[in-house]
Design a protein around this ligand. Structure first.
Ligand SMILES: [Zn+2]
Length: 89
């Protein structure tokens, strides 16, 4: 993928990450690199520029759209409870 192809993809996304819908930085603060391009793992076709953290998150869910969708169905109270019991004892 050329830099022009990369920039075209970011413009098509209106500069937003397709996972979290917040603006993409020019360079990721954690590694100083451009946000990564996610690819269709079967065809190799680029499918979007994501935050590094968002790319990792969907990777941890095995790039499964079903698992990503299911995770969104967990009631938010459960996340808060887990966070509090895990990190704020
Ligand atoms: Zn994101």
């Amino acid at each position: 993928m050329t830099i022009e192809d990369y920039e075209t993809l970011v413009i098509e996304q209106k500069g937003l990450c397709p996972v979290c819908s917040t603006p993409l930085p020019l360079l990721e603060p954690e590694n100083g690199k451009r946000p990564p391009v996610d690819h269709n793992h079967i065809t190799g076709t680029p499918c979007g520029v994501l935050h590094n953290r968002c790319n990792r998150a969907i990777g941890l869910l095995y790039d499964s759209s079903e698992l990503c969708r299911k995770s969104g169905r967990i009631p938010r109270e459960a996340w808060t409870l887990t966070w509090q019991t895990t990190f704020h004892r």
